[in-house]
Design a protein around this ligand. Structure first.
Ligand SMILES: [Zn+2]
Length: 77
């Protein structure tokens, strides 16, 4: 998802929220469009454990990893 007026100069990872000129990562959004995390809370440094994120709107669950980015977690139906 790209913020209004942003100038994107690099590829944007799945579920990434970018904004600005040049566009920089500012957070993550769910597949339904709901913001999941923003600012420093949205970043995981290499060496830190993956963080679990869940969407409050559609209940999808994700794993935020320093190398893989935001990965959907398959839940048993
Ligand atoms: Zn959602």
């Amino acid at each position: 998802m790209v913020g209004m007026g942003s100038v994107v100069t690099h590829d944007v990872a799945p579920f990434r929220l970018v904004a600005g000129n040049p566009a920089r990562p500012v957070g993550w959004v769910c597949a339904c469009g709901e913001p999941l995390a923003k600012g420093e809370e949205a970043e995981v440094s290499p060496g830190q454990p993956a963080r679990a994120l869940a969407c409050h709107r559609c209940t999808r669950e994700f794993r935020l990893d320093a190398f893989e980015g935001l990965v959907p977690v398959e839940t048993a139906a």
